[in-house]
Write a protein that binds this ligand. Structure first.
Ligand code: B12
Ligand code: SF4
Ligand code: SF4
Length: 237
């Protein structure tokens, strides 16, 4: 067997195992271009040349119940998805470590900088580079089949895996997320690949204030969530 065939085989084996653990989607990103991102710690990617992106699909029916605010059911699904993703990422990192590859799971929803709202690495950029979707006008990662109704996590690794590549943006003339946003936060600007900064797509503080200042305080919600720009997206509906 050639080295290329071995890498192809191992990549498929790992992806198969991740699906068996319960993930709906998975792909591999080359971490080199991701080193331009704001990372915490800044050298986070130095010893990892690949990042596995994993996604769980959220039940469509949960979003259909959302009107002008998040529901307690959505809050519960949000917590469950985070827990499941963290477990899948943890198991995957263990599997890779057992095969001799240094690997690090990045949690689904850990905020490290509460003032500026940053995680250790943005899962959306990893997911986009791993071919799971494009960055929509809502700034969310939109998968062609499931739309933005997916949650994400990442496993960094030095395992020899074949990288996937980004897919084309398919938002077109749609402005449904911009029209529906209760905070008037989405600017409606499109991008061919990805936004240079969050502010290019979003009046960021309007969204953050709505979620952290208002929705989080709703009875039986308790998390900075919303779901409206997810619900209205025509992809995967
Ligand atoms: C902090 C945080 C928030 C903050 C800030 C949001 C934000 N946009 O940054 C607040 C509380 C406001 C928030 C709100 C929401 N969030 Co939030 N949040 C996060 C968290 C924990 C960190 C995000 C972060 O660090 N962003 C940094 C900025 C700069 O990155 P970015 O938004 O991804 O945009 C840049 C990159 O993606 C880049 N990019 C894309 N491709 C590439 C490729 C290359 C090579 C490079 C260099 C860059 C690049 O372009 C953008 C501009 O620089 C992530 C989990 C995680 N670790 O990723 C979840 C996460 C982004 N949130 C998520 C969701 C769903 C939401 C909400 C819908 C709330 C809800 N659950 O109902 C809203 C949506 C707001 C919106 N329209 O963006 C999901 C998104 C899923 C998806 N399908 O995209 C995530 C990934 C959680 C998860 N595990 O799934 N969130
Ligand atoms: S999460 Fe809600 S407030 Fe934030 S951009 Fe989406 S629709 Fe607007
Ligand atoms: S609602 Fe329309 S514009 Fe917004 S992300 Fe989805 S397809 Fe793109």
């Amino acid at each position: 067997m050639t080295r290329n065939q071995e890498v192809d085989g191992y990549t498929e084996e790992v992806k198969g195992k991740i699906k068996n653990l319960g993930a709906d989607l998975t792909g591999v990103a080359d971490t080199e271009p991701l080193k331009q991102l704001k990372l915490d710690p800044p050298d986070l990617l130095n010893s990892f040349q690949r990042a596995l992106s994993i996604a769980l699909r959220l039940p469509k029916a949960v979003f259909e119940q959302i009107g002008d605010r998040p529901t307690p059911l959505y809050a519960s699904v949000y917590q469950s998805a985070n827990r499941m993703l963290d477990e899948i990422a943890f198991h995957t990192a263990n599997l890779l470590n057992r095969d001799g590859f240094n690997s690090l799971p990045i949690p689904a929803s850990q905020v490290l900088d509460r003032e500026n709202w940053y995680g250790g690495i943005t899962h959306k950029a990893v997911g986009r580079m791993a071919g799971l979707g494009w960055q929509g006008k809502s700034l969310l990662l939109v998968n062609p089949d499931y739309g933005p109704r997916i949650r994400l996590a990442t496993i960094l690794t030095d395992a020899p895996l074949n990288p996937d590549g980004p897919i084309e943006n398919r938002c077109g003339d749609c402005t449904k997320c911009k029209d529906a946003c209760p905070a008037g936060a989405i600017k409606g600007v499109t991008t061919k690949d990805h936004y240079r900064s969050r502010d290019e797509a979003l009046y960021f503080s309007r969204c953050a204030e709505k979620l952290d200042g208002e929705f989080k305080g709703l009875s039986n919600v308790g998390a900075p969530i919303c779901g409206i720009c997810i619900k209205v997206c025509p992809y995967g509906r």
